[in-house]
Design a protein around this ligand. Structure first.
Ligand code: ADP
Ligand code: MG
Length: 597
C-alpha cells in the first residue's frame, strides 16, 4: 500500500509559517517590507496588544489587481523574481513569495488594495488560509492589510509569546532595522492608540535622531561621527559613536544593500578600531551601511536569518576597521594611553570550512594589543605590579586581582601632587598621569555599590526620625520597581501615601548625608537613562550613589588620601572612563612633554 500523501496547502502553509512567522515582529517585518517593495513612500503601522490582537500596515504603494491580490496569498507566489539568476541581482526585500501565504495560514487577514489605474479596489478576507470574503471595494491607492489574532489557530505558538512589553520591544527593534534604511519613506508607528514614532521623509542622520534621540536631551547624533570609504570592492558609510559619547546601551546596526544584517566578524572589526578607547565593558554604537555588488553576497538564506555571507570578508574587515579608525582619529582629542600601535594588528581569520557564515565568537574584552606582546618583556606583568602597592591597601588587591586594562607602570614609592584641587598628578613609566579626583572616586565607589547589590544585604542605619520623600506618579512606579535593589544596599522605605515614602533606614555609609536628595537623584537618573531592566537600574543606582558620595572638586587631599585613591583606582579591572563614559585619567608621554621644550 502506498502511504505517501501530499499535504493540503493549508497544512503546508501552517508548517512554513512556523519558520517564517515566529512572532508578531516577524509578521510586521514581512508586511512592511512588502510595502517598501511596492514603492510606498508613506507607511503606517498600527498595533494592538503588541501585535497579538492586531497588526495593520497601510501603504501608498503600487497596490494589486484583483487577480494578484488573490495570488499573493498562494505559496511561492511572487512578483519579484522569475528565475534563479534573479536571486543574484535582488533589489527587493522579499523574493520567496511565502510571507503572505504563511501569515494567512495562522491569522485572520483582511486586505484592501487598489492600483492607481483601477477605479475600484479589492477586499479580501482570509481566515486560516480559507477565503471568507472577496468583494469590490472603494479604497485609496495602495494596500491596507490587517492581521488579527495572530496564531489564533495555533494555541501552542500563541502561548509561547512573551509579555506585551517584550513583544512590543521586538516589534520596535524589527521596525528600526527597516526604517533606518528607508529614511526617505515617512513612517508612523501606533500602539494601542498611542503614536510611538512619527517620522517624515528625512536624511539618514535625522532618521537616527528621530529614533534614538530624546528631545529633552542633547542631540543623539551629535555624539556620532561620520565614516565614509569608497573602494572597488565595497562602499561603506555611516555613523559611529565618538569615544567620549559612549553610553551603556549600544545601538549596533550593520546594513548591506538596504537590508539589516548581523555580522559578528565585522563587529569585531569595529571593536578593534575602538581598542583602547573604551573601557572593557562598553560597546560602541554604530550605524554602518555597506554597498556592494549583489553578486558578491549571498542573501538566499532563510528569511528570518539576518546573517549574510560576503565573498571577501577579510578584505572588508580591514577596510571597515581602517575607516572607523580614521574617523575616530579625527575626533579623538584625548591622548591615547599606553598602546603601542606600531605593530601590525591581528585580523582574525574566518574559518575555511564554513558553509553559511563565519563563526567568530566575540569576546567583548578582545584587545589586539594584549594578545600581541607589544610591551617590552622587562615590564612587569599585570599580576606582578599589584605588588607595587603591597602595604598600601592590601584589601583592594583581593577584590580585583587582575588589573589589566592598561599597563600603567608606577614606581614603587610613587609621589603624588594635587593640582587645582581637582587633579592628581603622578609619574608613570614614560609619562605623567593626570587623574580627575572626583571621577576616579566615582569609578571606585560605583564598583563597590554594584558588588553590594549583587551580593549581600548592606549595613543599614535606622533613622531616629524617619524622613519622607514625596514623589510624582511616574516616580512612584519607578520606586516600586527598584525598591528591592535599594533594600539590598541598605535603604528601607515604606510607602506612606499614594505619593510618598518614608525613609526608615539608609545605607550605613551614607549617614552623613541627607537621604531625600540622594533618592531623588537615583530616580531621576533611572528615568532619564531609560533604565528598564534590573541590570540597568542597578547601574544607575550605583552610579547615583557614587556620584553623590565621591570626593568633590575643590577639596584638597593629603598625599596619603591621593595614594590610596590612585592605587585603588588602578587596581580596578576598568578605570579609563566613568560608567557614563567620562574620561577619568589621561597621560602626557615623555615625548609630548619633551616636544614642548
Ligand atoms: P514576496 O514579498 O517574497 O514576493 P509575499 O508573500 O510577501 O512574497 O508577497 C507576495 C506578493 O504579493 C508580492 O510579490 C507582491 O507582488 C504582492 N504584495 C504583497 N504585499 C504587497 C503590498 N503591500 N503592495 C503591493 N503588492 C504586494
Ligand atoms: Mg514579502
Amino acid at each position: 500500500m502506498d502511504i505517501i500523501r501530499l499535504l493540503p496547502d493549508s497544512v503546508a502553509n501552517q508548517i512554513a509559517a512556523g519558520e517564517v512567522i515566529q512572532r508578531p515582529a516577524s509578521c510586521l517585518k514581512e508586511l512592511v517590507e512588502n510595502s517598501l517593495d511596492a514603492g510606498a513612500d508613506r507607511v503606517q503601522v498600527i498595533v494592538r496588544d503588541a501585535g497579538r490582537t492586531l497588526l495593520q500596515v497601510i501603504d501608498n504603494g503600487s497596490g494589486m489587481s484583483t487577480t494578484d491580490a488573490r495570488l499573493a496569498f498562494e505559496r511561492h507566489a511572487t512578483s519579484k523574481i522569475r528565475e534563479a539568476k534573479d536571486l543574484y541581482s535582488l533589489r527587493t526585500m522579499g523574493f520567496r513569495g511565502e510571507a503572505l501565504a504563511s501569515i494567512c495560514a495562522v491569522a485572520q487577514v483582511e486586505m484592501q488594495t487598489r492600483r492607481a489605474e483601477d477605479e475600484t479596489g479589492t477586499l479580501l478576507e482570509i481566515h486560516g488560509s480559507d477565503v471568507i470574503r472577496q468583494e469590490v471595494c472603494s479604497c485609496p491607492v495602495g494596500t491596507n492589510i490587517k492581521v488579527s489574532n495572530l496564531f489564533f489557530n495555533v494555541p501552542v505558538r500563541r502561548k509561547f509569546l512573551k509579555t506585551d512589553q517584550t513583544e512590543l520591544r521586538n516589534l520596535l527593534n524589527e521596525f528600526y532595522r527597516i526604517v533606518l534604511v528607508y529614511p526617505k519613506v515617512a513612517f508612523t508607528f501606533v500602539h494601542n492608540d498611542e503614536i510611538l514614532l512619527e517620522m517624515p521623509a528625512q536624511s539618514e542622520k535625522q532618521r537616527i535622531e528621530s529614533i534614538f534621540g530624546n528631545p529633552s536631551r542633547n542631540s543623539y547624533t551629535a555624539g556620532l561621527v561620520e565614516i565614509r570609504t569608497e573602494t572597488e570592492l565595497v562602499n561603506i558609510h555611516g555613523l559611529v559613536v565618538k569615544p567620549e559619547s559612549v553610553t551603556r546601551k549600544a545601538e549596533q546596526y550593520f546594513f548591506v544593500n538596504g537590508r539589516y544584517m548581523r555580522h559578528p566578524y565585522f563587529l569585531k572589526a569595529v571593536q578593534t578600531a575602538y581598542a583602547g578607547m573604551l573601557s572593557n565593558d562598553y560597546q560602541p554604537s554604530f550605524f554602518i551601511y555597506f554597498d556592494i555588488d549583489p553578486e558578491s553576497i549571498d542573501v538566499n538564506i532563510h528569511p528570518t536569518k539576518t546573517e549574510i555571507k560576503f565573498a571577501d570578508e577579510q578584505t572588508i574587515f580591514q577596510i571597515l576597521m581602517a575607516s572607523v579608525r580614521e574617523a575616530l582619529g579625527k575626533f579623538t582629542l584625548a591622548p591615547q594611553i599606553d598602546f603601542d600601535t606600531r605593530g601590525s594588528i591581528d585580523i582574525p581569520m574566518p574559518s575555511e570550512h564554513e558553509t553559511s557564515m563565519p563563526q567568530v565568537t566575540v569576546d567583548p574584552n578582545y584587545n589586539p594589543f594584549h594578545s600581541r606582546n607589544t610591551y617590552s618583556p622587562s615590564q612587569p606583568a599585570p599580576r606582578q605590579w599589584e605588588s607595587l602597592y603591597t602595604g598600601l591597601k592590601p584589601e583592594t588587591n583581593v577584590i580585583y586581582p587582575n588589573a589589566t586594562e592598561i599597563n600603567l607602570q608606577i614606581e614603587e614609592s610613587f609621589s603624588v601632587w594635587q593640582y587645582a584641587d581637582r587633579y592628581i598628578l603622578t609619574a608613570t613609566e614614560g609619562g605623567l598621569l593626570l587623574i580627575n579626583q572626583h571621577r576616579a572616586h566615582v569609578v571606585i565607589l560605583f564598583r563597590e555599590w554594584m558588588e553590594q547589590m549583587s551580593e549581600t544585604q548592606g549595613a543599614m542605619q535606622q533613622l531616629l526620625f524617619p524622613e519622607v520623600v514625596e514623589l510624582q506618579p511616574d516616580e512612584m512606579l519607578l520606586m516600586a520597581q527598584i525598591l528591592p535593589d535599594l533594600k539590598t544596599i541598605g535603604f528601607d522605605l515604606e510607602q506612606l501615601s499614594p505619593n510618598g515614602y518614608s525613609i526608615l533606614s539608609v545605607p550605613a555609609r551614607l549617614t552623613d548625608q541627607s537621604p531625600q536628595p540622594i533618592l531623588q537623584h537615583i530616580l531621576s537618573q533611572v528615568r532619564e537613562r531609560n533604565a528598564s531592566t534590573q541590570a540597568e537600574w542597578r547601574e544607575q543606582i550605583a552610579l547615583s550613589l557614587a556620584e553623590s558620595a565621591a570626593i568633590p572638586y575643590g577639596r584638597s587631599l593629603s598625599p596619603e588620601e591621593m595614594k590610596d585613591l590612585v592605587s585603588r583606582l588602578l587596581h580596578l579591572p576598568t578605570y579609563l572612563r566613568t560608567p557614563d563614559g567620562k574620561t577619568v585619567l589621561t597621560r602626557l608621554s615623555d615625548d609630548e612633554i619633551n616636544q614642548r621644550f
